[in-house]
Every structure is written in structure tokens, then in C-alpha cells.
Design a binder for this molecule. Structure first.
Ligand code: NAD
Length: 506
């Protein structure tokens, strides 16, 4: 797809947000934002210039001087107001999201809602950004910590959760006293921009939140920028690894949440109906375009016979445009994604996996141009096959099998990715064994998509994460602040010292 086209005047353009104003980019590079169910061009997004990135960073740097000293209660109240505005505009936000991204309207509301939960968490900052104090560490001496904001922070987000993931980032960065430059996905930035408008309406002052658009060049500019102190990235492992290496080399604090291959172990004692429903929902919901989608089911022992019933569940799902009622599986985000997923299904067949359910080229009346792929199931999948080794990011479930739980755990721990996993069982002992021995960030026990609620942090193991602190939750307070340790003595008659002390003691 050609990303560099000149804007036509009749199509709306997405603005940059710099210094509290929504401004038209002066770039010559633009990309269409396309409804993936219809191919209708909804708007055009600019690829911002270096001067525009510099202006966004400069406005954030300037705003930091006053924002860092804004009382904690004033910061909290902005996010209280913001959560209310998001609730009031939920229907509109979900409709924008569905139009540009493709997921169903209820799932789009879920996308906004999981971000809204982080905004609610941000409004609780008074209980979160607290230092520690030890009294009388020496005679008349106290030691305490200040958690101070870093300065200008930046966020780079993927296409698949264009509401939730930006909301993982800028509310927590800003509420801790930082200012922010956000670079949303160029594929679906419109809902993110509506969220930015609502953030200003809630009272975020000019320059505290800025938004630039673009791809590789802007991302590299963010990694290299001398005035950006920290970067939060969510996206593919390839790009995240590049961002981590480049930005840490430039001295920044960086966290990268990256790609996945999420396995669900199905033990023979699992509740069959619940498990099959959970697998079908978690594999094919959002057309498999979730970093926490279940993409491999590992059937253990007798559960290996459940494939026909799993196929029957998948067949009940309705494929269609996300804006239509009753739809379960919307289109893939782009024509490029459509080509890639179809190509990987072909590779699966060529590599010798058994294509149990073929979702290619489904009939979707009224949406013949949409990027639809229906639920697809392969059995007999093994490491070394491309559909197993690569993240498909489409509605494709690989079924592998294992003799016992040890073999299943070994398979998962041997995969390079460690984002999410789940076990379905009625055995507490098996579940406990799994949670102890599995090397994966998010672990579900009879929960197929165990995305943590905001008082906990999202995390990841191995190729799914770089950096040691996760987004939102307690960890992100540490990520967005610098700990300063103060050791203080106030003299009075009882503590005044006599003579020079040349030792290291206090
Ligand atoms: P992506 O890596 O292609 O894009 C992510 C961001 O990087 C976008 O803002 C994009 O503009 C930018 N980018 C793209 N190519 C670049 C390049 N060559 N150099 C610099 N920047 C570049 O990811 P995506 O396709 O938008 O999202 C899907 C991926 O994100 C999947 O791999 C999925 O697993 C992952 N993801 C992970 C999590 C998580 O929490 N672990 C959550 C959501 C998505």
C-alpha cells in the first residue's frame, strides 16, 4: 500500500496537536485512513516533519515547567473529569473506532472501556505517587524519597487497540507530573484524536499533551530526541526491539510491550462447554488482532478429541462489518493484513498442517470489498511450521497436542514469546503447577484473555517485552518518576555536633 500520497481537498485531514492547538501538518506525505469493511477513505493522516516533532517536544518541555508543580489534587481532578467525558462520549468513540479499525461495536466499547479504567486509576494518583520515609536513621536524621516526574515522555502505539493503549500511556505519564508526546498508529488515529480532544476539554493545559503522526521517521525522531526522557512503546517485536535499542542508546528510559504467540492448555478435566466457548471467543474475537488472542490451543490427553466440537463453535460465529448488529468477527485492518493472513494460511497447508476449517474468502453480503477472513483452524501444528513460528495476527487457531501437562508447559516455554497464556482445568494442583512453571507474563486460569486490571501492571516475558517496568498499575509510577532520596538533619541544641567528623557515618 502506498503511504505517500498528496491530500485531496475533499477528504478530512487528521490534525497534529501542538501546544494545545489542533494544527494542519505542512508535510507532503499523507496516508489514507480506510474503513476495512468497505474500503471507503475516511480521512488522511499526515506524516509529520522533523520541525513539527521538534515543535511538539518544545511545547511539552515548556509546559513541564509549570505542570510538574501543579498540585496532585488538581491533576487528579482533571482525570476525574476526563473519565466522565469518556463515559458520556462512549457511543461516538466506539463508532469512530469501528469505522477505522473494523472491530465490532461492542468490542470497540470494550477497547475504550479498558482504557477508561486506566483513566479512573490515574484519578487516584493521590494514593499512588507516595514516597517512603524512615525516621531517625541516625541521631536526628530522617531519610525520605520523592518520586519526581521525568520531563517530556513519549508514547508509540499500535493499530489494534487505538483507544485502550494510548490511554495506558498518557494519563499515567501526565498525572505523575510529566508532559507527553503521543504518536498513534497511522492506520487508525481518529479515535485517539477524539480522546485527545476530550482530554483538553477535561482541563489538560496547553502543551501537556501533544500528538504527532507518522511512521518510521517520526518514531526514529522520538528515539533520538535529546529532550525526550522516556518512551513507552506497544507494537510488534521487530519494531519494539528497534525502538528499545535506539532509544536506550540515546540515554532514555524505555518500556516495550511486543508480539505474542499465546497458548492455551486444555486439560481433559476442563469444563468442556466453557472451555470451547472461551477458546472460540479468544481466538476469533477482534478477528484475532489482539496481542492477547489465543493463537495456539494445546489439547492434552483425551481433550485431543475435542476438535470437531471446537470447529462447530467456530462455525456459529457471524462474520461481517463491525457496525452491523450481531456480528462476531469483523474485517482485518488493511488489505496488506488480509494478504498476509491469507498467505500464512496457504503456508500452513504447504507445511503439512491439517486445515480443519478454512475461513478464506467468506461471503459477506453488502461488504464484498471488505478485508474479511473467517475463523480458521489448523490441527497437527508443530514448531517449525510458519503458522506456528510467526505471529499470524488474524482469526487463525493452531491446534497442537500434548501427552501431559509437562509436555504442554515445555512447548510454551520453548516458544520465543511470553505475552499471555491460559490453562483450562478443574484441578487446582494442575493450575498451581502451571502458574509456577510457565514463563509468560499474563497467566489465565480458566480465563482466556487475562489482561490485568489497572491496579496491576501489564507485563511480558522473553521476546514479548523489553524494559523492566510495565505500563499502568504500580510499576508505571516508577517508570514515569525519578526517585530522589533525601537525608535531612535539622539542628537544635540536642543534635548539634561538636568537631569535624571525617568518617562516612551520618
Ligand atoms: P507495529 O510494530 O507495526 O507498529 C507499532 C508502532 O510502530 C506504530 O505506531 C507504527 O507507526 C510504528 N512503526 C511501524 N513500523 C515502524 C518502523 N519500521 N520503524 C519505526 N516505527 C515503526 O505494530 P502494529 O501492527 O500496529 O500492532 C500489532 C503488533 O502489536 C502485534 O505484534 C501485537 O502482538 C503487538 N501488540 C502488543 C501488545 C502488548 O501489550 N504486548 C499490545 C497490542 C499489540
Amino acid at each position: 500500500m502506498d503511504a505517500t500520497i498528496t491530500p485531496k481537498t475533499q477528504v478530512a485531514t487528521v490534525k497534529l496537536l501542538i501546544g494545545g492547538k489542533f494544527v494542519e501538518s505542512k508535510t507532503t506525505e499523507w496516508r489514507d485512513i480506510v474503513n476495512p469493511a468497505t474500503q471507503e477513505v475516511l480521512a488522511r493522516v499526515p506524516f509529520a516533519t522533523q520541525a513539527e516533532l521538534d515543535a511538539a517536544v518544545a511545547s511539552a518541555k515548556d509546559a513541564f515547567k509549570t505542570w510538574r508543580k501543579t498540585p496532585i489534587g488538581a491533576r487528579a481532578r482533571i482525570f476525574l473529569k476526563y473519565q466522565q467525558l469518556i463515559r458520556e462520549n462512549m457511543g461516538e468513540l466506539a463508532a469512530i473506532l469501528t469505522a477505522e479499525q473494523g472491530k465490532t461495536l461492542p468490542d470497540a466499547e470494550g477497547d475504550v472501556f479498558r482504557g477508561l479504567e486506566v483513566v479512573e486509576h490515574a484519578s487516584n494518583i493521590g494514593n499512588l505517587q507516595l514516597g517512603e520515609l524512615a525516621n531517625n536513621v541516625a541521631n536526628g536524621v530522617d531519610t525520605y524519597t520523592l518520586l519526581q516526574p521525568l520531563g517530556v515522555c513519549a508514547g508509540i502505539t499500535p493499530f489494534n487497540f487505538p483507544a485502550m493503549i494510548p490511554l495506558w500511556m498518557f494519563p499515567m505519564a501526565i498525572v505523575t507530573g510529566n508532559t507527553f508526546v503521543l504518536k498513534p498508529s497511522e492506520q487508525d488515529p481518529m479515535v485517539t484524536m477524539r480522546l485527545a480532544e476530550l482530554a483538553l476539554e477535561a482541563g489538560i493545559p496547553p502543551g501537556v499533551l501533544n500528538v504527532v503522526h507518522g511512521g518510521e521517521a517520526v518514531v526514529n525522531g522520538i528515539c533520538d530526541h535529546k529532550d525526550i526522557k522516556a518512551i513507552s512503546f506497544v507494537g510488534s517485536t521487530k519494531v519494539g526491539t528497534h525502538v528499545y535499542n535506539r532509544a536506550t542508546l540515546a540515554g532514555k528510559r524505555v518500556q516495550c510491550m511486543m508480539g505474542a504467540k499465546n497458548h492455551a492448555i486444555v486439560m481433559p478435566d476442563a469444563n468442556k462447554e466453557q472451555t470451547l466457548n472461551a477458546l472460540a471467543g479468544a481466538s476469533f474475537g477482534a478477528a484475532g488482532q489482539r496481542c492477547m488472542a489465543v493463537s495456539v490451543a494445546v489439547l492434552v490427553g483425551e481433550a485431543r478429541n475435542w476438535v470437531p466440537e471446537l470447529i462447530a463453535k467456530a462455525r456459529t460465529l457471524k462474520i461481517g462489518a463491525g457496525a452491523e448488529k450481531g456480528v462476531d468477527v469483523g474485517p482485518l485492518v488493511s488489505c496488506a493484513a488480509y494478504e498476509r493472513v491469507n498467505g500464512l494460511i496457504e503456508r500452513g497447508v504447504a507445511d503439512g498442517a491439517k486445515l480443519e476449517l478454512d475461513g478464506r474468502k467468506p461471503t459477506v453480503p453488502g461488504y464484498e470489498k471488505g478485508n474479511f477472513v473467517g475463523p480458521t483452524i489448523f490441527s497437527g501444528v508443530k514448531p517449525g511450521m510458519t503458522i506456528y513460528d510467526q505471529e499470524v495476527f488474524g482469526p487463525v487457531l493452531c491446534v497442537a497436542d500434548a501427552e501431559n501437562i509437562d509436555e504442554a508447559i515445555e512447548l510454551i516455554n520453548s516458544n520465543p514469546n511470553g505475552n499471555g497464556t491460559a490453562i483450562f482445568t478443574q484441578s487446582g494442583a494442575a493450575a498451581r503447577r502451571f502458574q509456577e512453571d510457565i514463563d509468560v507474563g499474563q497467566v489465565g486460569i480458566n480465563v482466556p484473555i487475562p489482561v490485568p486490571v489497572p491496579m496491576f501492571s501489564f507485563t511480558g516475558s522473553r521476546a514479548s517485552k523489553l524494559g523492566d517496568l510495565g505500563p499502568y498499575g504500580k510499576q508505571v509510577i516508577m517508570f514515569y518518576t525519578q526517585t530522589k532520596t533525601v537525608t535531612a538533619r535539622w539542628f537544635d541544641d540536642s543534635t548539634v555536633s561538636h568537631g569535624v567528623n571525617t568518617t562516612i557515618s551520618l
